[in-house]
Design a binder for this molecule. Sequence first.
Ligand code: ZN
Ligand code: ZN
Length: 400
Amino acid sequence: MAIRFHRSMILACAATFFGCPASAEQIEAWRVFVADHSEPVVRAIDLRDGDEIERFALTGAARLHRSQSGRMVYAVQRDANRVQMIGTGIALGDHGDHGDITIGAPRLLKATLAGQKPVHLVERDGMAAAFFDDEGIARLVAEHAALEGTGEPQEIASRAPHHGVAIPFGVHMLMTRPHPSDPGALPVGLDLFGPDGAPAIDYAPCPDLHGEAQSGNLVALACETGLLVVAPGQARPEIRHLPYAAGLPEGKTTKLVGGTGLRYFLGNFAPRVLVLIDPMQEQENFRLVELPTRAVDFASHPAKPRFALAFTEDGHLHRIDVVAGRIDRSVRLTGLYSMDGHWSDPRPRIAVAGPRIVVSDPLAGQLHVVDTETFETMGSIAVAGEPFSIVAVGGAGETH
Ligand code: ZN
Ligand code: ZN
């Protein structure tokens, strides 16, 4: 980590012979937010010492998403019919020649999104959209408004209740179109809404749509037939269909994550196979990565763009070299976690905190911390209950 001096300080310093004042203080801080599998509680934990900073009582058990800025955590409570929001207390600022960090207490915000059965939530550029399946309605909230306690959530309705997703895309909005006759079926395509929330201005078919992710300025959604890739266009976002290559074996993606720094998507494909997708290639967009056992969770690595991560049933965390398209390191972290049984059973989840990887181990009540480079365990943090859904926020910067 390079220590950078504030430009005005260097100038002031050069103008005097009395030596330089101490540089602005360089601080690094990382926090993980961990939701219990079945209890309505989220814990904020300081990664330096593993101490619990704060514990938040929610309405129901939550799945967590972090905002791109890291200032906010969204706690989606499917069975309690609401999304609550937690200010992480950490804000990173760009001062051009250096980064700033401000650190305060995490806090549960007043803002909530209420509605029937929220499942998928996507935040993009400071705007979050939660989709409420049993209403077929997306509710949107701006991160800054929620943090400041101002503003009312906006609503956009799809044609009918369904298991859908809505994605803010600049002034536009992407939202799934439900199956016309079977409300229990997956969506059949993607509608593009204009800035005024008026009727859809574009539509792209995508049979059995499930799974969405962002990478750079792109959004991808998984279909039975391939991927929809949404990119910024001249007047409106451009949606194109990237079909699965003819030579691929039987399989399809239903969960996607997106690369940071490198534009790629990583998805499930078959029980022991992940797929790396390069949306910008003319051909050979799809590369398969075989795993030793079935995947429990997978993630991109925001701080080390070359690597992605997968956790498998045999208790191992794997580092995937996304350039080479294969696993290059593995480490055993937990006992066995079978993918048999209910989809919502407690199983490990991955979060990345700068150079460190944190894996929740709900059955052991632990968080395991792994160094990305050595790929060895740095230690474990005991957490009461069943630590499950996890996100990390933080970074390094000056305080002044
Ligand atoms: Zn500054
Ligand atoms: Zn889903």
